[in-house]
Write a protein that binds this ligand. Structure first.
Ligand SMILES: NC(=O)c1ccc[n+]([C@@H]2O[C@H](COP(=O)([O-])OP(=O)(O)OC[C@H]3O[C@@H](n4cnc5c(N)ncnc54)[C@H](O)[C@@H]3O)[C@@H](O)[C@H]2O)c1
Ligand SMILES: CC(C)C1=CC=C(C(=O)O)[C@@H](O)[C@H]1O
Length: 248
């Protein structure tokens, strides 16, 4: 495989699907790691000439065994990945008093633990090849948000994890950076009413809700081989929305 190889967790939908498409168009071979096997099968079937550069691996990214088997599958079909985008995530918003231990564990596992597991699985190969790019998706909500004790803590953990990866891996030609999106139009926003969407829009100086392509643009910047001096950073992609007040 002469192409660069990327893994996108949660790559079958929303921001992840935007990343999958943008990376394919940028010439990467892309492996989607997602729970939604049907969606990945459909995407590969619809990929036409790009199908040979696209694979879907049905994997729960909170499982160490499944993650290491999935990374081995990618390396066996193509090569050691050059880029890992840790994007899979979900919310279970509830006020603290109503938040169960299961709500806490699920959100921490999918948003944070998965990033540790995927990094641990790809890094040995990246060290061996002397090159790697890791981009971890956090959220502007790491600043704190009503009903988001679990999600905010997980997304703050993503930023801490990223800084540590950057420090540990710098000498191996591997960078690690985080992206903190604001509101991006994906199925994760589906539960919002028109009124709630309008309220969010009013706080965004750019005057629109973000699109998956906005995040893909930032990922491609961090992934560039020329971006070797950019590591440990968190880039807010949120249309200029204030970082001083907690999201409500
Ligand atoms: N959409 C936003 O406004 C927004 C804002 C800030 C941050 N984010 C973050 O961006 C990332 C993507 O969000 P999105 O809006 O595209 O979400 P989404 O719900 O549209 O897509 C998430 C994808 O992750 C997959 N997934 C979930 N749990 C998984 C697991 N255990 N194993 C494998 N795959 C799993 C889902 O199947 C789905 O394809 C998340 O980390 C989210 O927290 C989103
Ligand atoms: C999950 C969703 C409602 C959501 C939208 C916008 C965010 C932001 O950071 O602006 C996130 O907090 C996230 O909760």
């Amino acid at each position: 495989m002469s192409k660069q190889v990327a893994i996108v967790t949660g790559g079958a939908q929303g921001i992840g699907l935007g990343l999958t498409r943008a990376l394919l168009n940028a010439g990467y071979a892309v492996a989607m790691f997602d729970l939604n096997g049907e969606a990945m099968d459909r995407l590969v079937a619809e990929a036409g000439a790009q199908a040979q550069s696209l694979m879907g691996v049905k994997v729960d990214v909170t499982s160490a065994e499944q993650v290491s088997a999935a990374v081995a599958q990618v390396a066996a079909r193509w090569k050691t990945p050059d880029l890992l985008v840790n994007n899979a995530g979900l919310t279970r918003d509830k006020r603290l008093v109503n938040m169960s231990e299961a709500d806490w564990d699920l959100v921490l596992d999918v948003n944070l633990k998965s990033q540790f597991l995927c990094a641990k699985a790809v890094v040995p190969g990246m060290i061996e090849q002397g090159f790697g790019r890791i981009v971890n998706i956090s959220s502007r909500a790491w600043l704190g948000g009503f009903g988001q004790a679990n999600y905010s803590a997980a997304k703050g953990g993503v930023i801490s994890l990223t800084r540590t990866l950057a420090i540990e891996l710098a000498k191996h030609g591997i960078t690690a950076n985080a992206i903190a999106p604001g509101a991006i139009d994906t199925p994760i926003l589906a539960p919002l009413s028109d009124e709630q969407r309008a309220k969010i829009m009013a706080t965004i100086p750019v005057g629109r809700i973000g699109k998956p392509e906005d995040i893909a643009h930032a990922v491609l910047m961090f992934a560039d081989a020329k971006a070797s001096y950019i590591t440990g950073q968190t880039l807010y992609v949120c249309g200029g929305r204030s970082l001083s007040s907690p999201s409500a």
